[in-house]
Design a protein around this ligand. Structure first.
Ligand code: URA
Length: 239
């Protein structure tokens, strides 16, 4: 490092300033890749499944780097999933300390009363402790179901489902529609796109350098969607 041999594996390096070489050749920092996938219901947020169920990796193209999901969505949850090779960025987005909001829309098995919504808002007791206060908005009521938007700043396992169960109902459908200011917008279900530089900055910024023209020559086209637009049912709030 900077011309000296470093033998301590815990030695910190500053990728912007330190010059690292191996056998005399410089080691380049891999460019950061940041994508947004509209995960369909029925896809696992893991790489491989022993039962051979589809995973999110079946939907994204090979961009020449290993991309890990930023947090998880349950098998039965659809919506916005970020994937990146920038672990600092991923930690920023997922750490509850940074209060990056995650927005969900849920269809519940019963009509929810104002009192139930208020319990969800003010923090509800779960087996792993009370939830933080959340923004909760009734989108509309059907004959038997409530459509509700919930904005969380923490991401515990199956949190929305458990909150709604603790409030006395059940989730029938769950879609994540936004992370911080990044919305899923018009992206079709099963499709992905790269985040813009503004979107990366809005979620804490990149810890890896941008791709150069030559580093983007690998397959950069979105994978073909395997599902139809009919599954894009988070738009229920607009119907
Ligand atoms: N809350 C849930 O219950 N499931 C998800 O997939 C995400 C948040």
């Amino acid at each position: 490092m900077n011309g000296a041999i470093v033998r301590n594996p815990d030695h910190w390096v500053d990728l912007a300033r330190d010059r690292i070489t191996l056998d005399g050749k410089p080691i380049a920092t891999k460019a950061g890749i940041y994508i947004l996938l509209y995960k369909p219901k029925g896809y696992l947020t893991t790489y491989r499944d022993p039962d051979h169920r589809p995973t999110v990796y079946d939907l994204v193209a090979d961009l020449g780097a290993w991309l890990a999901p930023v947090g998880r969505l349950d098998l039965d949850t659809s919506g916005l999933l970020l994937m990146t090779n920038d672990t600092t960025f991923a930690d920023h987005v997922t750490s509850p300390a940074h209060l990056v909001s995650k927005t969900y829309q849920a269809k519940t098995a019963t009509l929810l009363t104002e009192e139930q919504l208020e319990r969800l808002r003010s923090g509800i007791e779960l087996s792993d402790g009370p939830t933080r206060p959340a923004e909760v908005r009734r989108l509309r009521d059907g004959a038997k179901h409530t459509f509700v938007e919930i904005v969380l700043t923490e991401g515990r396992n199956r949190q929305v489902r458990r909150m709604i169960e603790a409030a006395g109902s059940r989730v029938l459908k769950l879609v994540r529609t936004a992370i911080g200011p990044i919305r899923i917008g018009d992206l079709a279900v099963g499709k992905w796109r790269r985040l813009t530089e503004e979107e990366i900055a809005a979620l804490g910024g990149r810890a890896r350098p941008p791709e150069t023209a030559t580093s983007r020559t690998t397959a950069a086209r979105p994978a073909a969607s395997t599902r139809s637009r009919a599954h894009n049912n988070w738009r229920w709030s607009k119907s």
